[in-house]
Design a protein around this ligand. Sequence first.
Ligand code: FAD
Ligand code: SIN
Length: 524
Amino acid sequence: MPKTDVLIIGSGIAGLSFAIKMAKRFPDQSITVITKADDGESNTKYAQGGIAVVLDEITDSFEKHITDTLKAGDGLCNREVVEFVVKEGPERLKEIIDWGVEFDQDASGKLALSREGGHTAKRIIHYKDITGLQIEKSLLAQVAQLPNISLLAHHFSIDLITEHHFKHKISQPETGITCYGAYVMDQRTCMIEKYVSKVTLLATGGCGQVYRVTTNPQIATGDGVAMAYRAMAKVKDMEFVQFHPTAFYTLDENPAFLITEAIRGHGAYLRTQDGVRFMLKYDDRGELASRDIVAKAIDNELITRGDNCVYLDCTHLLKEDILLHFPNIYEKCLSKGIDITSQWIPVAPAAHYSCGGIEVDVNGKTSITNLYACGECSCTGLHGANRLASNSLLEAIVFAHRCYTDVEHTIASIATPANIPDWNAEGTTIPREQILITHNRKELRDLMSDYVAIVRSNERLSSAQMRLNILYQETEKLYHSAVLSPQLCELRNLIAVAYLITRQSIDRKESCGVYYNTDYAALP
Ligand code: FAD
Ligand code: SIN
């Protein structure tokens, strides 16, 4: 039985930042990071725009960043959280720079700042258009230098270990559930082992794969939220799935390639097929309105005009600026036959970010004892109904530090019980075919994209709920009879997350932030 002092599920910015802090502070404690794909595969790796941090005291201020975040969040942010995240940003940024993360500098050697939608000042720190790759690589390099961290790639966490596993009965909520680690499948051997730990951190990222078109890589199947929900943790604000306005228009590419908002920050225009710039019709800030407004405006143009995509026009920008700041996007578009210095880029909204997640307090603690959550899988109160661009990487580093500070004081007093049972695979057999899994995953994505995306209605939501119930019943039957595979577990998790998005959207009873419910508000 693998035993570790600290178990971290996920190797993106949230999991790795927490691991580094814990390992440096407690060289005698064992830290295990498990991750279901290659060690660097994560939403973090694909981040483009950068991290929002207030650095320029002349043109910017904490108060401005706080106001922008609250405005984007449509009245549902927790002001206390917004304030400390913004104010702690500079210190946390310095820390990751000390760990080796590089960012672009301007001619005077200061960190270069760019602008994105919803921000009233230039405050996005970035590394060309591959900020996430730079962060992920540097954090992994730092982890490799710390001997008390074991990083296990291709290890899939199936479920959290709580009392209801070893008592063989379901605990009641609110009566003190405790987490003792997780059941984890080594994907090379298909063996499922219990990883017993004093403290467990869920850092499993987003759930974009619940939709047909998403910027999120294949790993983003909402596993952490689903595991926490099954363990009866509180889960909040799941209805607020943010759609990025400008993913490269695709029918079949998964994930869809993102065209960063920073390009609009540099002055790119959005146009309909006939060349009309339409954003000023919707918001005085035009292309630099916050993401919810731009995504909803594009969605509306597509519906009313019957088009499949709109266009991002960079042709008036300086070619050398494009090549300097957006080399990855330039190359990627060129590989698809579009030279962005002379041709418009076809774009459409794509599921991008989960604003909700596992509810945590100001120290990243979930409602389950010894279970923390950090990064995109958590709901801290920072984003409300719509995340301000580039606030996500910021949230991850601030909360990784807060989780660490909390665990620092408690870990010495935590003991783990000896009687935790092994995983029970009794009575399961290898399924004869995979079609139920692949079909249901496709059906789920279509259902969510057609009924529970940017535009919703009560009728669509209740219809989605009924269909989800059928998918749930079928998948549960399979889950209890089949030898487990990551594919089956992911489907089960996606269904749980889809249910939460739909149910919490029904309960919200209003149009808010990232989506419209046509029963409560007219289209723009
Ligand atoms: P992730 O980085 O997604 O890491 C999740 C980890 O959990 C992965 O290692 C995964 O393999 C692992 N995992 C998941 N399930 C399991 C399981 N069952 N068992 C074991 N391991 C598991 N935000 C910004 O602030 N600025 C940006 O510029 C920006 N650009 C973005 C561009 C793109 C294309 C995308 C997709 C997102 C972008 N975001 C951006 C959002 C941001 O990148 C993410 O919210 C953030 O990186 C999430 O970090 P994380 O550590 O919480 O999760
Ligand atoms: C982008 O670069 O447009 C994405 C930024 C974000 O998701 O915060």
